[in-house]
Design a protein around this ligand. Structure first.
Ligand SMILES: *Cc1c(COP(=O)(O)O)cnc(C)c1O
Length: 385
């Protein structure tokens, strides 16, 4: 059996090696390193894939979130609501812009922003909601958009983990995550579902005016050369990263299908166990995920264990050379940087539980059946039948 890895970037690279190497060498020969034709071509191709009017590439997913918030003109003291259970970047940029982060609990089934908690957190100062499509599963966007409309709030989708996922609305229409709210963001960090070979990110919107504003912000607030109309930033996707992404974008759906197939196999082996809760899609059937479910792109495959020492399980798997991850071990409201006396522990029942009981298994495009069987057998050995 091949050595098991949490993410197998090397195995994936081997399969596109010639194509990607040639593409990168072509960029070097062209010397169009910044803002070159590869960046523009990637932008257009991603717009077509996501069926969104505007993609604005930038330097990373954290910048993408920050620039989206700058573009919306949010001001000091405006409250921005987001989930307590996510990567810190989401709350970091809110705080950095001197907006007021308001963290709320998540739903115990989909791990995304809890709609009742969201509604309760709204005040006259609330200006925006940042749903995160955590682990690759679409948040409940019908409900988020309904709340936003009722209270006249902006919706910024943090789609760093969800690129390629489809959200099916109540009316049956499908939309790619990141293209539903007023603005969306993603990351092309190497381990993300669409990863480049360095840092990268992008902002999406269907709003022409907002797209124009954001295109200036990413480029020092310039709309006409050397005329700086607003305070901007320097945040660029470079041409080498763009050409890697152009090579991989046509493979994204295949990559996400491979992740889903690995997830289905994990769930088939584990979902019957009374001490394990396997992940669900929005269109969940019974206790598991469905065969065609495309609302979940499995950036992570995350279990919740019951009556089991989670940290003991992590150690046991590591001893058996099975890497695994705990995303995330500390809720954001309990992080030193984001503590706030307004928070009440009783409001974070789900995240406080998840941080103690969640465990993410190896998940990437190169997992094979032997590896999956070895992993699930070891888990069952530890948690008991
Ligand atoms: C990775 C990630 C980001 C940040 O992306 P970077 O490219 O690393 O800056 C933001 N939000 C979430 C949910 C992420 O997973």
């Amino acid at each position: 059996m091949k050595k098991i890895q949490m993410v197998d970037l090397k195995g994936q690279y081997e399969q596109i090696k010639d194509q990607v190497n040639n593409a990168v060498l072509d960029v070097i020969e062209s010397t169009a390193f910044i803002n070159g034709p590869e960046v523009h071509a990637f932008q257009a191709e991603l717009e077509a894939y996501l069926e969104v009017k505007h993609v604005i590439p930038c330097a990373n997913g954290t910048d993408a979130l920050q620039i989206a918030m700058m573009g919306l003109g949010l001001k000091t003291g405006d409250e921005v609501i987001t989930a307590d259970f996510t990567f810190a970047a989401t709350v970091e940029v809110i705080a950095l812009l001197q907006l007021t982060p308001v963290l709320v609990d998540v739903d115990p089934v989909n791990f995304n922003i809890d709609i009742d908690a969201l509604k309760k957190a709204i005040t006259p100062k609330t200006k925006a909601i940042v749903p995160v499509h955590l682990f690759g599963l679409a948040a409940n966007m019908d409900a988020v958009m309904e709340v936003a409309e009722e209270h006249n709030l902006f919706v910024i989708e943090d789609n760093a983990q969800g690129i390629g996922a489809n959200y099916t609305s109540k009316d049956g229409s499908k939309t790619k995550t990141g293209a539903i709210g007023h603005v969306g963001s993603t990351s092309f960090f190497p381990s993300k579902n669409l990863g480049c070979y360095g840092d990268g990110g992008a902002i999406f919107t269907n709003d022409d005016d907002l797209a124009h504003t954001i295109r200036g912000i990413v480029n020092h607030g310039m709309y006409v050369r050397y005329h700086h109309d607003v305070v901007g930033v320097n945040s660029r996707l470079d041409s080498i990263q763009a050409t890697v992404l152009r090579t991989k974008l046509p493979l994204l759906d295949t990559y996400n299908t491979k992740r889903r197939n690995a997830a289905l196999k994990y769930s088939a082996a584990l979902s019957g166990n009374k001490n394990i809760i396997t992940p669900k899609g929005v269109c969940a059937v019974g206790n598991s995920i469905c065969e065609t479910c495309d609302c979940h792109v499995f950036h992570q495959y995350t279990l919740v264990v019951k009556n089991t020492d989670r940290d003991g399980l992590v150690q046991f798997l590591n001893e058996n050379e099975i890497p695994c991850g705990v995303y995330y071990p500390i809720p954001l409201h309990a992080q030193k940087a984001y503590k706030d006396e307004r928070y009440n522990e009783a409001g974070f029942k789900v995240t406080n539980q998840l941080v103690k009981k969640c465990i993410s298994l190896p998940m990437h495009t190169e997992l094979d059946d032997d590896q999956i069987k070895f992993i699930t057998d070891k888990i069952l050995e530890f948690v008991g039948k």
